[in-house]
Design a protein around this ligand. Structure first.
Ligand SMILES: Cc1cc2nc3c(=O)[nH]c(=O)nc-3n(C[C@H](O)[C@H](O)[C@H](O)COP(=O)(O)OP(=O)(O)OC[C@H]3O[C@@H](n4cnc5c(N)ncnc54)[C@H](O)[C@@H]3O)c2cc1C
Length: 409
């Protein structure tokens, strides 16, 4: 066993490591891949809403800001096996054609996530890797006979897929520091969540994140109101900072800008035209002289020209004091006090993990124990939605596999 490599975890990072190590060693039987599930890459089947957004085609300069908390750490691994390399690998080595869609997101051309998982598993098998399915590794000590070990156990999110955070325990067993973990890319629940909101899809809106009343991040794009709160798209992007702040006991507010392309002044002008053109106007707020038109409630017809029909009632309930005067400001700033978030059971990714300070970025080797390597989500490394997390898994997995094989050789 001293000339063999053990890999714990058969997700995208572990399978990639197994492929590269088997190629390098020229003998797959020297690579033993353990996974607690009967099927490898179980989480991959869920990715990208079943379509698997396997990477993102942006250049490193545009890619890097989507990596947290330390984009510099990924640079070597990304250079060694980049997003373009991943695309070539799937197309030329695995026979999986890809397609690039909106936002430079890359998917298998079939748009079937299972094609990605099965192609990786097939390659692992072709190379003769010794795959031990349905085996849960309980401790690092169990693997003491192996010449090298790679931990690729993933994070703690979606535990039904097998990612239950075991790798953090293994890392601590070897003396590693594990930074606090928390769910990221997850739904944010507002206080007094209006029952009319779940189910509404917001297109091209703005979201501003305030922590302790200070603006820290703004995003423009799409998100959904779901039963769990503000979810997907730009809401996910803000969730990393928002969840961390909630964990720290800080106040979190999100302000929704329903008209990011228009200034308040432009909305005012448009509204003036709408009202003049016969928008229904309630007269109850007019002063006795009838001149205080700005204090009048705006007509539903006017609001309709700014908001989809289903949003009007929740918007009116959130703004009981709405007037023609304040409507432009309210459309630009609908505040939500965030009080909770969806936990690991439904979070896309786990932030935090094995401290990067104790890992060599050029090899993925432990600085503390020779022959020990880490890759994928178990590391304190995570990405936004958009294919960044699988690229982290492929880049770090490939590098860990090559490095561990070299160590054995
Ligand atoms: C719903 C959802 C959708 C997503 N969509 C995308 C997307 O479209 N694009 C993208 O880039 N990212 C996406 N992600 C994130 C991405 O799937 C993960 O970041 C990625 O799978 C991490 O890869 P990994 O190999 O490090 O870990 P995992 O995929 O979590 O794999 C870890 C493996 O280790 C095994 N394991 C754990 N502990 C043990 C043990 N003790 N013994 C044996 N085996 C063990 C587990 O069974 C599992 O198979 C999504 C995540 C979710 C939950």
């Amino acid at each position: 066993m001293r000339d063999a490599l053990a890999i714990v975890g058969g997700g995208p990072a572990g399978m990639m490591a197994a492929i590269r190590a088997a190629e390098m060693l020229g003998d797959g039987r020297r690579v033993v891949l353990f996974d607690k599930n009967d099927r490898l890459g179980r989480k991959i089947y869920l990715t990208g809403k079943g379509r698997c957004n396997l990477t993102n085609r942006r250049s490193w300069e545009e890619f890097a800001p989507h990596i947290h908390p330390n984009q510099g750490f990924l640079k070597n691994a990304f250079r060694a096996f980049s997003n373009e390399d991943v695309i070539r690998f799937f197309e030329e080595e695995l026979g999986v054609p890809t397609v690039t869609q909106q936002g430079q997101r890359v998917y298998p051309a079939s748009l079937v996530a299972g094609d990605v998982a099965r192609a990786l598993e097939r390659r692992v098998q072709e190379l003769g890797v010794d795959v031990r399915r349905g085996v849960t590794v309980a401790s690092l000590a169990e693997l003491a006979d192996f010449g090298a070990v790679i931990i690729a156990t993933g994070g703690k999110s979606y535990p039904i897929t097998g990612s239950t955070g075991d790798g953090y325990r293994f890392a601590e067993e070897a003396g590693h520091t594990v930074t606090p973990i928390f769910p990221s890319e997850t739904a944010l629940l507002p206080r007094d969540y209006d029952p009319g909101l779940p189910g509404l899809e917001m297109k091209n809106v703005g979201l501003h994140l305030y922590i302790d009343r200070t603006l820290v991040e703004s995003e423009q794009g799409d998100f959904n109101f779901t039963g769990d709160g503000l979810e997907s798209g730009i809401a996910y992007h803000l969730s990393r900072r928002a969840v961390r702040a909630l964990c720290n006991g800080q106040r979190v507010d999100i302000v929704l800008d329903l008209k990011p392309a228009l200034t308040e002044a432009q909305i005012k002008t448009r509204l003036g035209r709408e009202e003049q053109a016969g928008g229904i106007r309630s007269r109850e707020h007019f002063s006795a002289s009838g001149t205080n038109a700005r204090a009048a409630k705006p007509g539903r017809q006017s609001i309709r020209s700014f908001l989809p029909e289903q949003l009007i009632d929740p918007f009116l309930r959130a703004n009981p004091d709405l007037t023609v005067e304040n409507l432009p400001q309210r459309l630009k700033a609908w505040p939500f006090r965030i009080i909770d978030y969806k936990g690991f059971e439904r979070a896309v990714v786990t932030a935090g993990g094995v401290s990067l300070k104790e890992i060599v970025p050029k090899t993925m080797a432990s600085r503390l124990r020779p022959g020990l390597y880490f890759c994928g989500e178990v590391l304190d490394l995570d990405g936004d939605t958009g294919g960044y997390n699988l690229q982290i898994a492929f880049s770090t997995g490939s590098l860990a596999g090559i490095s561990a094989a070299k160590y054995l050789l």
